[in-house]
Write a protein that binds this ligand. Structure first.
Ligand code: EPZ
Length: 422
C-alpha cells in the first residue's frame, strides 16, 4: 500500500485549481441511468470513487468513455440489469444512489445493503421509507434491499425526512422525476450537490421546484432526455486547502471554486485568524500561523460541513486556547483523534464532543500515522504539513477516494510531500 511522506514546516504559497466535487459527481453519474441516450458530464474529478461508480454502472448495462480528461460520456441505452452487487457496494456506500434511478427506469432494484464504514453505521432506512411513499415494496434478504414498484410504476407521494439526508434526498428526487403524479419532499437536504443534481434533472426535462430550500416539489413526467451538465467545484477540497495554509502560514489562491458553497466554514476561518478574500470563482487565503481557537458544531447545509470537521480539528491543534468541536451528523467521526494524538495533540473526546487544547504554531512532532477514512486522512496531512520533522501516513487509498492529486497539488505550492509506492 502506498504511503505519503511529509517533512513539515514549509509555508504554502501559490495557486491550486480545485477539482469537481466527488459528492456531486456520484449522484449525477447515477442520474444518467434514468433515460437512454448519450449523457455528458464535464469537470468530473479523477477519483477512486468515480471509477467505482463507473464500474457499477457498467454492471447495470451502461457504457462510458472519456472524451477528454474530466469530460465523461455515458451511454445508457442498454441499462437492463437492476442488481448492484455487494462486491462493489461494500467499497462505496454511495452506490445506494442507483436505487432511485433503477426503480424509475426499470421498476425494480436489488441493491446490496452498504454496510457500515469507519464513521458510522450508515443505515439507509430514510431511502427505503421514502421509496415506500412512492409505492415501492422493499424486502430485505441476504444483505440486499430488493425493491419493486407496484401498481405499474412509481406513484407520486409525500416524503418527510427525519434528518435532511443528502443521498436520501438525491435518491428520492431522481425516483420522483418519472413517478406518476406529484411528490413533495419536506426536510430535504439543501447541500450544493443536491442543487447540482436538480439542475441536471431539470435540463433532462424533469419538473422540480424548491431548489435550495428544504421543500422540493416534483411533478412526474413520462420521459427524460440526456443533457450536458458541469460538476460543481469540490467545496470540501477547497476547505481542506484553506485549513492547510492556516497551519503552515503563507498565501494560497484557490481557483475554479465557489465561495458561496462554504458560508459557515469561511466564517469560522476568518474567526480563527485566516485572511479570506472572495473573488468570484477564486478564494485567496492568507495566514501567519497565529490561529485563534474557535468552537465548531457540524450541521446540515448551510451549517458547518461535517466533511470539514476533521480538517478544522487539525487546525485547532495548532491554535492558542481551547476549541470545542461537536460532531452532530455521524456517531463515530473522531477516528482521526487517536492519530493526531500520536503527533502530540492534546484532545479529549466525550461522546460526540472533542475538546482540543491548542498547542500553538508548529508544536506537533511528526510520526508514523494511519489513515482510517477519507476526511480523517486529510486531517493527518494538514497536521503533518505543520509538524516538526517527518510524518508518514499509511493506507492512503482512503485519500484517493476523494482527493485528486493531493500530494502533487501541495508540492506545487511548496510543501515537502511525496507519495511512496508501497
Ligand atoms: C453524504 O452522505 C455525503 N456523501 C457524505 O460525505 C457527507 O458526510 C454526508 O452526506 C453529510 O453531509 C455523499 O454525498 C456521497 P446523510 P449521506 O444521509 O447521504 C443518517 C465524504 O466524506 N441516516 O446526509 O450518506 C446518517 O447515519 C462523505 O465525502 C440515517 O439514519 O449522509 C447520518 O447520521 C462522508 N438513515 C445522517 O443521517 C438513512 O437512511 C446524515 O446522513 C440515511 C442517513
Amino acid at each position: 500500500m502506498d504511503e505519503i511522506i511529509i517533512e513539515g514546516g514549509q509555508p504554502l504559497n501559490g495557486t491550486i485549481q480545485i477539482s469537481g466535487a466527488k459528492n456531486a459527481a456520484l449522484p449525477l453519474m447515477a442520474a444518467t441511468l434514468l433515460c437512454a441516450g448519450e449523457h455528458t458530464l464535464t469537470n468530473v474529478p479523477d477519483l477512486r470513487d468515480v471509477r467505482t461508480m463507473l464500474a457499477l454502472m457498467e454492471t447495470l448495462g451502461a457504457s462510458y468513455s472519456w472524451l477528454e480528461p474530466g469530460t465523461l460520456r455515458v451511454n445508457s441505452d442498454n441499462v437492463n440489469n437492476f442488481e448492484a452487487s455487494y462486491e462493489l457496494v461494500k467499497t462505496m456506500r454511495a452506490s445506494v444512489l442507483v436505487l432511485g434511478p433503477l426503480l424509475a427506469r426499470l421498476g425494480r432494484a436489488r441493491v446490496s445493503l452498504p454496510g457500515g464504514c469507519a464513521i458510522g453505521a450508515r443505515p439507509i432506512n430514510f431511502h427505503t421509507q421514502g421509496l415506500e411513499a412512492l409505492g415501492v415494496v422493499n424486502e430485505l434478504s441476504e444483505g440486499y434491499v430488493d425493491s419493486t414498484a407496484t401498481g405499474g410504476g412509481l406513484q407520486g407521494g409525500r416524503i418527510c425526512f427525519d434528518l435532511p439526508s443528502v443521498t436520501g434526498t438525491e435518491n428520492m428526487v431522481m425516483a420522483a422525476c418519472l413517478a406518476k403524479g406529484q411528490t413533495i419532499i419536506t426536510n430535504a437536504a439543501r447541500e450544493p450537490e443536491v442543487g447540482n443534481l436538480i439542475d441536471m434533472l431539470s435540463g433532462m426535462g424533469a419538473r422540480i421546484s424548491g431548489r435550495g430550500t428544504g421543500t422540493l416539489i416534483i411533478d412526474g413526467v413520462t420521459d427524460l432526455n440526456p443533457c450536458e451538465t458541469a460538476i460543481i467545484p469540490d467545496r470540501i477540497e477547497t476547505g481542506t486547502y484553506i485549513a492547510a495554509v492556516g497551519v503552515t502560514g503563507g498565501e494560497l489562491e484557490l481557483t475554479c471554486c465557489n465561495p458561496s458553497h462554504l458560508p459557515s466554514f469561511l466564517g469560522k476561518m476568518r474567526s480563527a485568524g485566516i485572511l479570506i478574500e472572495e473573488k468570484g470563482d477564486k478564494i485567496v487565503a492568507r495566514s501567519n500561523k497565529n490561529l485563534t481557537s474557535v468552537d465548531v458544531k457540524t450541521m446540515p447545509f448551510p451549517g458547518f460541513a461535517t466533511d470539514l470537521q476533521a480538517q478544522v480539528m487539525a487546525m485547532m491543534v495548532y491554535s492558542k486556547g481551547l476549541s470545542v468541536i461537536d460532531e452532530t451528523i455521524f456517531e463515530n467521526r473522531f477516528m482521526h483523534v487517536a492519530e493526531l494524538q500520536r503527533l502530540g495533540a492534546d484532545i479529549r473526546v466525550e461522546g460526540g464532543r472533542a475538546i482540543v487544547a491548542g498547542l500553538g504554531p508548529g508544536q506537533l512532532v511528526g510520526a508514523p500515522v494511519m489513515a482510517t477514512d477519507l476526511r480523517a486522512s486529510a486531517s493527518l496531512v494538514i497536521a503533518g504539513l505543520a509538524a516538526q520533522g517527518r510524518t508518514t501516513i499509511t493506507r492512503v487509498y482512503h485519500l484517493d477516494r476523494g482527493y485528486e492529486r493531493l500530494a502533487e497539488k501541495l508540492q506545487g505550492v511548496g510543501a515537502k510531500i511525496w507519495r511512496q509506492k508501497g
